[in-house]
Design a protein around this ligand. Structure first.
Ligand code: HEC
Length: 137
């Protein structure tokens, strides 16, 4: 085999790998979009002191047993929740209700247990912290 044909084979193999990786990556992006299912709409901004209060309330509750900010665990990542929902009073009170009553089916088959002891106002503050992660890098 000549030098040039060996070189050709090398390039060919490399190209195949490169193409395979590329389509794999696109599939990942697609899967992610299917999972997030972003809802379009204008978003209000959340005052930083409200978000901080929500963060503290969450830290003192059981949320981090199933959620993390960045990664999917038993429950969806807080950042993924923030990417799906626009920030407005309608979604804030809806999501607060889901925290209080529990939920399933919006992100898969896992179940979020109800939190009947959390008052609506506190649940809304928690949700505001979660949705405030929309803009963080
Ligand atoms: C037992 C595990 C568990 C705990 C504890 C938990 N969650 Fe969840 N959470 C989940 C799961 C699972 C989902 C996805 C439910 C679904 O697919 O509808 C979820 C979904 C959510 C959602 C999105 C709901 C929707 O309909 O999009 C919010 C907001 C949320 N959790 C906030 C909280 C907060 C705040 C706390 C703490 C008070 C908390 N979670 C505690 C498991 C948990």
């Amino acid at each position: 085999m000549g030098k040039s044909s060996r070189l050709f084979i090398c390039c060919f193999v490399f190209a195949i790998f490169w193409l395979a990786c590329d389509t794999q990556e696109k599939k990942e992006v697609h899967k992610k979009a299917d999972y997030i299912r972003k809802i379009d709409g204008p978003s209000d901004s959340i005052p930083i002191e409200v978000a901080r209060r929500g963060e503290v309330l969450i830290a003192y509750s059981d949320c981090y047993e199933c959620h993390t900010k960045e990664n999917r665990a038993k429950g969806p990542a807080f950042k993924d929740i923030a990417k799906r929902y626009p920030v407005n009073n309608g979604y804030i009170s809806l999501l607060a209700q889901r925290v209080i009553l529990g939920g399933s089916g919006a992100w898969g088959k896992s179940v979020m247990l109800p939190h009947p002891k959390i008052p609506q106002e506190e649940a809304e503050t928690m949700v505001k912290f979660i949705l405030s992660l929309k803009d963080s890098p």
